[in-house]
Design a protein around this ligand. Structure first.
Ligand code: NAD
Ligand code: FES
Length: 295
């Protein structure tokens, strides 16, 4: 069992949990993900690692309640345990294998969209610890939904916030802010990394291409079982079929077929909606629903 050593709500629907998992923490790298199984024989839920502490032996996950499975995770509390937490899985971010000479010439801009801001954090922290200049854009619908504001400030050179409604920072989307930084403010970057909704990563990639800026995106949200077996995370990258959970989750944003990826994301929408309706119905009746089973 894997104990939840702390839990906090970052917004009404987003929770952050620190989990005691020493072996996982000892080998986790930025960019990798893990699989959470809340209950024995339960569903496997892939989540990008949002931090790790080798000394404490903990890993951090950030979950947004968007369906039944993520609802089950968010309903657990400090002192509760997950049946299993497996990982680290997937390939680390490419800068983990870059030598110091290459990194000395790099200047990164990270773009975190909504809850996708959380997995940006370990990458920024890693590069900052090596002295690599890193700027960060965090975008959200409104000021209350901005997460990781203070943590990110502590590990980056410049933090830029944007909100769709203009309640904080730049009024507009991450793509508008990226263009402003590069074109109007004359900021120079060698590499962008974007993590967030698929539609954001699509348009961030188009904007980066227009600016001549290489961009990496994370396709974690396509995954279902996270083992290379179910095929749900198949995606065309540079004309070739790739599996996000085994060969990714990070890929070159110029090369990803985002429209196909978004169609694939929509494949389970009906089943997800049905499960959600059943879950809410059972909750209203005062029953506990665990991994689709009513108890
Ligand atoms: P959101 O819909 O509030 O979008 C966040 C920001 O993305 C917006 O504020 C905007 O700046 C930008 N954006 C959205 N649509 C855009 C467009 N068409 N063009 C340019 N920019 C656009 O985000 P949310 O509701 O918090 O959802 C977060 C998403 O991140 C979820 O879909 C989740 O699955 C995904 N996610 C991905 C990972 C990963 O590792 N890839 C990890 C966690 C979450
Ligand atoms: Fe099932 Fe990758 S998530 S094959």
């Amino acid at each position: 069992m894997f104990e939840i050593v702390s839990k906090e709500m970052l917004s009404p629907a987003i929770c952050r949990m620190k989990i005691h998992a020493p072996r996982l923490a000892s080998s986790a790298q930025p960019g990798q993900f893990l699989i959470v199984i809340p209950e024995d024989h339960g569903e496997r839920i892939p989540l990008t690692i949002s931090d790790y502490d080798r000394e404490e032996g903990t890993v951090t996950i950030v979950t947004q309640r968007i369906g039944v499975s993520t609802g089950e995770i968010c309903s657990l509390n400090e002192g509760d345990s997950f049946s299993d937490v497996a990982g680290p899985l997937g390939q680390p971010s490419e800068f983990v294998d870059m030598d110091r000479k290459e990194l000395a010439e790099a200047r990164y801009i990270f773009i975190g969209g909504g809850v996708g801001t959380a997995p940006v954090y370990p990458q920024v922290k890693y590069l900052h610890s090596l002295g690599v200049p890193v700027d960060v854009i965090i975008g959200a619908k409104t000021s209350e939904l901005i997460i990781y504001r203070e943590q990110m400030k502590a590990v980056c050179d410049n933090l830029y916030i944007c909100t769709d409604d203009g309640s904080e920072g730049f009024h507009g989307m991450v793509t508008g802010l990226l263009e402003k930084l590069v074109i109007e403010d004359g900021k120079k970057y060698t590499q962008a990394v974007a993590i967030g909704p698929m539609i954001m990563m699509k348009f961030a990639s188009l904007t980066a291409k227009k600016l001549g800026l290489p961009i990496i995106v994370s396709l974690n949200t396509l995954m279902v079982d996270g083992t290379g077996m179910c095929g749900a995370c198949r995606v065309t990258v540079g004309g070739k079929t790739r599996f996000a959970c085994v060969e990714g989750p990070e890929f070159d944003g110029y090369e990803v077929d985002f429209d196909e990826a978004m169609r694939r994301q929509g494949m389970y929408r009906t089943q997800e909606h049905e499960a959600e309706v059943e879950y809410e119905h059972e909750c209203r009746l005062g029953k506990t629903v665990i991994n689709g089973r009513t108890e």
